[in-house]
Design a protein around this ligand. Structure first.
Ligand code: AMP
Ligand code: MG
Length: 363
């Protein structure tokens, strides 16, 4: 089954062709991130306008790459090779979401193909089902993948992104129970805000990671100790806003002359990873799972990936995370999730839903 996955929830526009929910035939992502850099955060109107500008070329290119045409501006003829169209319909920014959703609805009507709406957050979990030919990845992402096997159930999934931090128990395909989530800032949001405090620009995660690496290369130890909020709490909730405030207080105190930005970035990143890893492992042990899955933009963080892998090795629980390219928003994860949950929706009825979320009841 060949699915065209469309993603447009925020500042990335993605279109991907995926075979049987696993094999990525093409993966095209255009990002407006550079346009937001000078504002130090996403400007929704700019993101939406950019979505409108690039959505058709991105879909065209994905189809052309998947089906072998070099003339990417004439690839609508490839619609006949598609079995279904999947689109992330929320959560996200309304202006951005509308572009992907309306495009997917239109293509479904024109090509007379089934339309499958996908929750963007569930898409991040399903990035772990994708197999990618390394030539489809950018140079910096050609790292060895963790495990080549398909995820096993039950699994604990940690979704860490710019707007969400959630721990889920996944008992089967599309069977999720929400264990807990952030009470205030999401992990990615904390990275972005700390990057702003340190004068690093947007998006914060990769920038904090880069300068933190300079500290580890130059120095063996660090002397700052930031809090690990809620690390010992008897639940699966998180809180990152106090950690961000601790960084702001440090930067505005006289100690800032003593500690470098690199040192603060290193300790901040370690604090986030410590909390995320501890809670995820607690959940894995409590529910006796066979797999730990990581997803979302923050899952690209190498310290988080390494720390989780190291801890789980001792426990004999396999950890899976997508290659960095597929942690960032993309259409492939949407097509993969759609393959495993073929709930078709009529194009006339589908609406973008900014507040789409998991069931609020915990188990
Ligand atoms: P998403 O919301 O899934 O699109 O992911 C975007 C978020 O991931 C932003 O908050 C980024 O700062 C964060 N992010 C991206 N790469 C990294 C990284 N290497 N380390 C930490 N956070 C990251
Ligand atoms: Mg995302």
């Amino acid at each position: 089954m060949i699915i065209l996955g469309i993603e447009s929830t925020c500042d990335e526009t993605g279109a991907t062709v995926v075979e049987n929910g696993r094999k990525v035939l093409s993966n095209i992502v255009s990002s407006s991130v550079k346009l937001h850099n000078k504002y130090k955060g996403i400007v929704p109107e700019i993101a939406a306008r950019e979505q409108v500008r690039v959505i058709i070329p991105v879909v065209n290119e994905a189809l052309a790459k998947a089906f072998g045409s070099i003339r990417s501006n004439n690839s609508y003829k490839f619609g006949c090779h598609i079995d279904a169209i999947a689109v992330s319909y929320g959560p996200g920014l309304i202006g951005s979401l509308l572009v992907g959703v309306e495009t997917a609805k239109t293509l479904a009507l024109i090509w007379k193909k089934p339309l499958i709406p996908v929750n963007h957050l569930i898409g991040h979990v399903y990035a772990n089902w994708l197999t990618v030919n390394s030539s489809q990845l950018t140079e910096k992402n050609r790292e060895p993948l963790t495990m080549n096997h398909e995820p096993m159930f039950p699994a604990v999934a940690l979704i860490v992104s710019g707007g969400h931090t959630d721990l889920l128990l996944m008992t089967d395909h599309m069977k999720f129970k929400w264990l807990g989530g952030t009470l205030d800032d999401a992990a990615g949001e904390a990275f972005d805000k700390v990057a702003r405090i340190l004068g690093l620009g947007y998006p914060g995660g990769p920038k904090v990671e880069r300068i933190a690496r300079q500290w580890t290369m130059d120095n063996g130890q660090w002397t700052i100790k930031l809090p690990r909020p809620m690390i010992d709490s008897n639940n699966f909730d998180f809180s990152f806003s106090g950690l961000k405030t601790a960084v702001a207080n440090l930067v505005h105190s006289s100690q800032f002359t003593v500690h470098s930005r690199e040192e603060i970035a290193y300790e901040f990143q370690k604090a986030i990873a410590d909390v995320l890893v501890t809670k995820t492992i607690n959940a894995a042990k409590r529910f006796n799972v066979r797999e730990i899955l990581l997803g979302g933009g923050v899952a690209a963080n190498s310290v988080l990936r390494q720390q989780l892998t190291d801890h789980c090795r001792g426990l004999n629980i396999p950890v899976k995370f997508p290659p960095v390219d597929l942690c960032i928003d993309n259409g492939a994860m949407i097509a993969a999730a759609a393959f495993f949950n073929r709930k078709i929706q009529s194009p006339q009825k589908l609406q973008a839903d900014t507040s789409l979320y998991f069931a609020p009841t915990k188990i």
